[in-house]
Design a binder for this molecule. Sequence first.
Ligand code: 2P0
Length: 350
Amino acid sequence: LMMENEVYRASTTAPVNIAVIKYWGKRDAKLNLPTNSSLSVTLSQSDLRTHTTASCSRSFTHDILILNGKEDDVSGHRTQSCFRELRALRKELEDSDSKLPTLSQQSLKIVSSNNFPTAAGLASSAAGFAALVRAIADLYQLPQSPAELSKIARQGSGSACRSLFGGYSAWAMGSAPDGSDSLAYEVAPQSYWPDMRACILVVSAEKKGVSSTSGMQLTVKTSTLFAERVRETVPARMRAMEQAIKEKDFETFAELTMRDSNSFHATCLDTYPPIFYMGDTSRAAVRAVEKINEAAGRTVAAYTFDAGPNAVVYYQEKDEALVAGQFKELLAETQGWETERGQRVQEGGK
Ligand code: 2P0
């Protein structure tokens, strides 16, 4: 019996990820193929997530996307690529089993919201596209693995492919022109290194001046430093970082994280005209981390900055008093800084 107005529905969440080896540069802008591999950390204690419900029905007349309560455009090529690829996979299933409802022919309704305030100044496209792809894959009951689905999320936003996994996740740049080997894989689950913590220092909730997409394309085009970064620096660091995570070697993890953030921002400065994501307050955070590490006599904290001025600081729970406490003191003197704690933005793991 055909139920004309039946609504099929699936809900899921995906986490924000923060790269410790940065993605910056595309070799193919349409397929979102990167110029280098990257690696990120997702800590579920922080619980920065996008919640998404995907539904479809014969009664829906067109695809619709509602982001944080507001209708959003679905016509962009990123969203369209994700819809098209997921529908094609559903169609394969339907072709192999005529009893399945033809969901691939129905319009989609995607309702998505972030559980973190915009004030966190965090890019939400990674969690957003990862949740969108996961929700539709669940709705369609697709058998594909997270790694396979990460190739679709990648076309929504490059960094989104890493959010298909929790914990330590890498994005292999791949070499195939069609992107078939440019996908995410799990380096280690979060539980492998349960002591790891991150705190986010919010300096500005303002939208960044230069978008990542256009910023990285300008860097690829104009920076001479960038060529060395993708040819030598990052490949060596990817290997070292995976090893550091396997050995739970925080000092090495921390040094690589800070060096790679510095290297990424150096290529931004070497872009012509230059791109400034870090500001005076960001640099104050760098010095604060250096002071903390000096005072401890070992590396207990690592900073990293994305395409904006806010810092993410990694540390181990056993060193929390040395790091989080010190930060409050040091940064209280620095105008403009605010340490977000608790459920809202920051995580302390408890
Ligand atoms: C990263 N960022 O690895 C790096 C570090 C920002 C700095 O991925 O054009 O929003 O959608 O593929 O993924 C930001 O770039 O760019 C980013 P698109 P995306 O997390």
